[in-house]
Design a protein around this ligand. Structure first.
Ligand code: FAD
Length: 306
């Protein structure tokens, strides 16, 4: 059995594995796709001290760094069930393959995924005008025309954020009204370079094969189709934590995120969690790495006391 078993191989999991291995304790990582969301990212310009890098490159470096240590990496393996420790003191993780792994402590870092619009062109122009993270990609659209899809808190926050950088923002909401907090809505309405369109169903991302040129939407009041010429579309309709496999004794927030305390402990002793899969605010690479670090040090602390 492992002393620390990390489930998830994104920035949080990689940091956790390295910190655990550096304590000289038996460490394993199970990952569906080592690298995580970083694999789907093009330019990264906010990983402090690295002015510019690319997702696939950073993902390869994460793996290389973990391989410097004696860590058992089990890539392309999906965790399917968590069975908390009983009398023998070992937690069990069952894999979709049928195999099962045991560990004294677990670090859950299965990340999250952005909910997509599911319209033609969205996948094709991902990273070519279709973006999901305003903190990451906002500056790339300086002086350009953009749309934000989604009128909840994250969509309205994104629109306010972008309005300070880009030339123009059109906020598109499916419902007949925005769902964001009133204070955010007031702030948004006070901005001169923002239009708000409600009762709008986004139907297609149009491009020239290289980059985005327009967004098509249908006015749900009269079924008329409209076109907005623009360079960027930020989709803000939800970040979904990868916790479907964790239903049961582990405490999740109403949004399905793993609830953690300041030491990354969950409600199950010896089970820790880190990164986008948790309730930690601000989902970013550098935050996920810090959280993975904290979780590993907490797991070590747990081990030396038990
Ligand atoms: P993830 O990166 O999501 O990794 C989760 C890991 O768990 C993966 O290995 C996955 O395969 C694995 N996994 C999931 N379910 C299971 C399971 N059941 N069993 C086993 N393994 C499982 N952040 C920035 O700081 N800067 C940026 O420029 C930036 N740009 C981004 C661009 C895009 C398009 C996206 C999608 C995100 C971007 N982010 C950016 C956010 C950043 O990628 C995330 O905050 C970060 O990757 C979170 O790390 P994580 O380790 O918590 O989770």
């Amino acid at each position: 059995p492992f002393e620390v078993l990390v489930v998830g191989g994104g920035p949080a999991g990689a940091a956790a594995a390295i910190y655990a291995a550096r304590k000289g304790i038996r460490t394993g990582v199970v990952a569906e796709r080592f690298g995580g969301q970083v694999l789907d990212t093009m330019g990264i310009e906010n990983f402090i001290s690295v002015q510019h890098t690319e997702g696939p490159k950073l993902a390869a470096q994460l793996e290389q760094h973990v391989r410097e240590y004696d860590v058992d990496i089990m890539n392309l393996q999906t965790a399917a069930e968590l069975i908390p420790a009983s009398a023998d003191g070992f937690h069990e993780v069952k894999l979709a393959s049928g195999a099962s792994l045991k560990a004294k402590t677990l670090i859950l870092s299965t990340g999250a995924r952005w909910r997509q619009m599911g319209v033609p062109g969205e996948e094709e122009y991902r990273n070519k005008g279709v973006a999901y993270c305003p903190h990451c990609d906002g500056p790339l659209y300086k002086g350009k025309r953009t749309a934000v899809i989604g009128g909840g808190n994250s969509g309205v926050e994104a629109a306010i954020d972008l309005a300070g950088i880009v030339a123009h923002v059109t906020l598109i909401e499916f419902d007949s009204q925005l769902r964001a907090d009133a204070v955010l809505q007031n702030k948004l309405r006070s901005l001169p370079n923002v239009d708000i369109i409600t009762s709008a169903l986004s139907t297609e991302v149009v491009g020239d094969g290289e980059k985005v040129q327009a967004l098509l939407y249908t006015d749900r009041n009269n079924d008329k189709s409209h076109r907005i010429d623009l360079e960027g579309i930020f989709v803000q309709i939800g970040l979904v934590p990868n916790t479907e496999w964790l239903k049961g004794p582990l405490r999740l927030s109403p949004r399905g995120e793993i609830e953690i305390d300041a030491h990354n402990a969950t409600n199950i002793p010896g089970v820790f969690a880190a990164g986008d899969v948790t309730t930690v605010p601000y989902k970013q690479i550098i935050v996920a790495m810090g959280e993975g670090t904290k979780a590993a040090l907490s797991a070590f602390d747990h081990i030396i006391r038990h």
